[in-house]
Design a protein around this ligand. Structure first.
Ligand SMILES: [Zn+2]
Length: 118
């Protein structure tokens, strides 16, 4: 699964290419997964740095299209992103959600802490 598929109009694909700014830049990335902070929400001037995302580099429109390597890399990245939310941000729980319907670039695994005062 070495093919890098992309959509020139996809926001996430554009972010991975560096065509749109990413608050704080990439937390980490490799050939399969990009990890970064949430975007700055409309009407705000800063991003909440405790909201992090793991996204496959390849433009896929559903979970079922991830290769086994991509799925493993995504799961591992979500676990690694969660650890500092607990250790540093004192989160009691870390929740993930997968977004794809609106963005059409599955999967964004958003990890957000609970109980950190935010
Ligand atoms: Zn995309």
């Amino acid at each position: 699964m070495g093919t890098f598929e992309t959509d020139p109009e996809c926001f996430i694909s554009r972010k991975h290419r560096g065509d749109v700014p990413a608050p704080g830049g990439a937390i980490g990335q490799d050939d399969l997964v990009y990890a970064g902070h949430a975007q700055i929400r409309l009407g705000q001037t800063t991003a909440y740095l405790g909201h992090v995302k793991a996204e496959p580099k390849r433009h896929v429109s559903g979970l079922q299209f991830l290769s086994d390597d991509e799925a493993r890399a995504l799961g591992s990245t979500v676990a690694r992103l969660s650890r500092p939310l607990v250790a540093v941000a004192a989160a009691e729980h870390v929740y993930i959600q997968a977004l794809s319907a609106r963005l059409r670039h599955w999967l964004r695994s958003d990890a957000q802490p609970e109980g950190s005062g935010r």
